[in-house]
Ligand binder design. Structure first.
Ligand code: WTA
Length: 638
């Protein structure tokens, strides 16, 4: 039995969940015995949610890469750790066994050390989906540096903000990356970002697209040349840094309800145990199987279920550089057949987008290697669920609908493939160690079944965020202060008559656009950066493919006409400030915004208008000027 903690039946699930509730220390301590520790812990758990101060496996020493690589060498050194499928199906794919991946991580770990990277240093990684991205992440972990991966869709301004917030003195990037028919420049964006980050000492640039790029003396070096230097030294092993279980492993920036993204901090020990446990149990991974998670490593899903979860379990993980619709909308299905993928984990947005191409792209695709399907990142509508079930899974593959967050590190609520029942559009049951609580606006717990409320979590699980980088108070206020004693998720949730959970979407000012998290305040700030914008308000609205679209109400004070040209100028400003992922779908010019006498924008009304409602806008009597509502409703964009 390769994973003694892999749950085999509904009864075992119930027993595990109960044990995790009654004796969390005993429960997680036993699971943690299955990992490689340099030194075992003195105490499994100490915590309070007041400060918050949460410590798992205090006193334990480890290096997560010894768990992801070294410990597999003897048993599965020649088996595949990572398969890479390039953007263009005609280019060469790459296969790395555990031995080869171990070798490459050691090499690049030495490159990092040669370039002055030390334990605790922050390293910003801005790369495309190439194997070297996973190698860079693991090499950071090997030398004890804290990685901060930034998704390729963010702008220079966003990167610069993140590099400054973490004071990252090292950057790893590529000349560029491929996305379908497009070539994305990455190094030029880094160059722009670094204009305001003069403290950056070293930029290591991987050659991938072979685009000409600038290389700045004494700052920029080529990945390949640095590797040569290590080769010339005879490729010595890269001795893993001994890390404390609570030392930082990485920072990952994510959006909240305020304007500035926050750096969510995860630490080594608890994150390792939890991502491994959830990977093995939710997907019911069997040794030798191939796991394909289509997320980008720039998001938490890629961190946890392309890199750390699968590799710590000795699994084979597949990384894909391209997009699901290029060269055609059968790209995912071709990859599944080409490599005989067993587990496919993707986002509802991708499923809805592929649905819109009909069944033609699925013709001639066997898909008979698939055993488990998964979704993540946003609520899945029943139509998309059934399409996935019928046309991809051929009604033979359990679908796991996994609810979790950047802050939770790993999957929190989900069925276990083939072990606990699924229910379309429901994430279903909490994993062992997870204790959901629904509360009303006042923070009163809502007990019983068939109820709806705000989703909170009671007590810590091993991969809960520990802080937000450089600002612990912000972490406390954001997650632990709204409902004292509880972690507040920001999501609304329904619990059905059998205790299954269905996530209904964010109840705070966070949007979920194509599974990407964005704060309305963040987008408003970006729109307001346009010289002639006086004020703006952003809300989400139902979008058939993206889940949510961005609807912006803008008070414009410029001389130009309020037309598409001006809309484009505003959109481009947002793209500059945040990145392409935040481009508004609709911009409506308005004369005023619905504000209360205290100056607060009544978003409830704007949300209704954005959803196409023009009458029944609710009580507007508390507004400073109720007549603006009528004007806005008249000009609404369909
Ligand atoms: C949403 C992604 C419904 C939710 C792993 C959460 C979901 C936010 C689901 C976190 C799901 C994630 N069903 N909603 N299965 N999974 N969400 O930090 O609103 O990018 O709070 O983490 O995505 O997004 P994040």
């Amino acid at each position: 039995m390769p994973y003694p903690y892999q749950i085999q039946s509904m009864e075992e699930y119930q027993t595990a969940w109960k044990k995790s509730e009654e004796d969390p220390e005993g429960f997680w301590g036993e699971i943690a015995e299955n990992f490689l520790w340099r030194k075992k812990w003195d105490k499994v758990l100490t915590w309070n949610f007041k400060e918050p101060d949460i410590k798992w496996f205090s006193g334990a020493k480890l290096n997560i890469t010894e768990n992801c690589l070294d410990r597999h060498l003897e048993t599965r050194g020649n088996e595949l750790a990572l398969i890479w499928e390039p953007n263009n199906p005609e280019d060469h794919h790459r296969l790395l066994t555990y031995e080869q991946l171990h070798f490459k991580v050691n090499q690049f770990g030495n490159v990092l050390r040669n370039n002055g990277v030390k334990k605790g240093d922050r390293v910003c990684i801005y790369m495309g989906m190439v194997p070297e991205l996973a190698i860079a992440v693991l090499a950071c972990a090997r030398v004890g540096a804290i990685h901060s991966v930034i998704f390729g869709g963010f702008s220079a301004q966003s990167i610069s903000d993140r590099i400054q917030d973490a004071h990252a003195e090292f950057v790893i990037t590529c000349d560029g990356s491929f996305r379908g028919a497009k070539e994305i420049p990455l190094k030029p964006i880094i160059d722009d970002a670094l204009v305001s980050c003069p403290f950056v000492k070293r930029v290591i640039v991987l050659t991938h697209t072979h685009a000409p790029i600038s290389m700045i003396k004494d700052r920029d070096v080529r990945w390949e040349k640095e590797i040569h230097k290590v080769e010339n030294l005879g490729n010595p092993p890269c001795i893993p840094e001994e890390m404390d279980a609570e030392d930082m492993l990485f920072i990952l920036y994510t959006s909240g309800s305020t304007g500035k993204p926050k750096g969510v901090v995860h630490t080594c020990g608890g994150y390792m145990v939890y991502t491994n446990y959830t990977f093995v149990n939710v997907f019911q991974y069997k040794p030798g199987e191939l796991h394909f998670c289509t997320a980008d490593v720039g998001w938490i899903t890629g961190h946890s279920y392309i890199v750390y979860g699968p590799l710590s379990a000795g699994a084979t993980t597949l990384m894909f550089e391209g997009v699901p619709t290029w060269p055609d909308a059968g790209r995912f299905w071709s990859i599944v057949d080409k490599y005989q993928v067993n587990i496919l984990y993707t986002a509802p947005t991708a499923i809805r987008s592929l649905m819109s191409y009909g069944l033609e792209p699925l013709k001639d695709k066997k898909l008979d290697s698939l055993r488990v399907l998964g979704t993540v990142g946003e609520p899945i509508n029943e139509e998309a669920w059934h399409w996935y079930d019928e046309h991809v899974g051929k009604k033979k593959c359990p679908i796991v609908d996994t609810w979790w967050q950047t802050e939770t590190g790993g999957i929190m609520i989900s069925n276990l493939a083939g072990i606990t029942p699924s229910k379309p559009s429901y994430a279903t049951l909490p994993l062992p160690g997870v204790h959901p609580v629904l509360v009303d606006e006042k923070g009163q717990e809502i007990v019983g079944n068939d109820v709806t409320g705000n989703l909170c979590l009671l007590g810590p699980w091993p991969s809960i965020l520990r802080t937000t980088y450089g600002d612990h108070e912000r972490c406390r206020l954001n997650y632990f202060n709204t409902y004292p004693g509880l972690y507040f998720t920001g999501d609304g949730c329904h619990r059905d008559e059998h205790g299954n959970y269905r996530i209904t979407g964010r109840v705070d000012d966070v949007l979920n656009v194509s599974g990407h998290r964005l704060g309305t305040a963040e987008v408003e700030n970006a729109i307001n950066m346009h010289t002639d914008v006086i004020e703006s308000a952003v809300v989400g609205y139902h979008h058939d493919i993206k889940g949510q679209g961005i609807y912006a109400f803008v008070i414009y004070g410029g001389e130009e006409d309020e037309d598409d040209f001006t809309r484009k100028a505003i959109s481009l400003t947002v793209v500059r400030v945040i990145g392409v992922i935040a481009r508004p779908d609709k911009i409506q010019f308005v004369k005023g915004l619905p504000k209360t006498r205290s100056g607060k924008i009544m978003r409830r009304i704007l949300r209704k208008i954005a959803e196409g409602e023009t009458s029944n806008l609710g009580d507007t009597s508390t507004l400073l000027d109720p007549s603006v509502v009528e004007d806005i409703a008249k000009g609404a964009i369909k």
